[in-house]
Design a binder for this molecule. Sequence first.
Ligand SMILES: O=C(O)CCC(=O)C(=O)O
Length: 264
Amino acid sequence: MSATIPTLSRGDSPEAKSAALQQAGCMVIRDVANKSQRDSLVAELQEHMDNAKVRLDDDPLEFYPGHTQRVSGLVSRSETVREMMLHEEAISMCDHFLLPNSEFGYQLHVSAALNIGPGARAQVLHREEDSFTYFAEPRPNIILATMWAISDFRENNGATLVVPGSHTWPADRSPEPDEITSAEMPAGSLFFWLGGTLHGGGANTSSDWRYGVILTYSLGWVRQEENQYLNVPKQVLDNLTPEQRSIAGFDMYRALGFYDPRIK
Ligand SMILES: O=C(O)CCC(=O)C(=O)O
């Protein structure tokens, strides 16, 4: 198959979007976050970005390349992310891809702002579902991933590399170079990929930064990759709406997750 990422518009039907995502394992929807939302997000996270440690002595064996600012814990740190994580475009695709395997709901799996700087190398291609080794590839849908383009994403500034169609591959199939493409998209776009789709951050050979927010979602009965119980302190939790608490993973899933509210 040719390495093409389907690009859709907000006005396209949910059925067209889910069909495109199912077929290619990835999809871009344009014009989801406006400039004022992107500016708010950058302002809310500025202090944390400034304090993020940026490794300049890159170790090629490290999963996370150097020259990159990474900030997680976004449920606690950003009101704009608290809106984005419940955005109808994301929820509609989560309903389609995750609810069939998790009828009592799904949860935020990872939240992180990833600002890829000049000189960053490409990240090793991987699958979001690689922690779930119990299932053989191609796995059932466990994770749905989104990347919000806060800046423009270009091939030369580190746009996410992706291998369309790789969500259906067995574990031992590696991509040929022409099967890998960059998720180029203007700021404000929302990039989706399935948990089984090979992807990774791109190399940044330009002089500007590529700013994205990754929000992934998982079935309600698996362990979240980001530990929200520690990244969302009690005083933040108490101020979340029921919907925000639920998507952050604080609701019970059948018998999973009970607690004693008398413990403070
Ligand atoms: O930054 C990107 O485009 C992808 C990031 C990613 O896949 C990761 O950090 O695991």
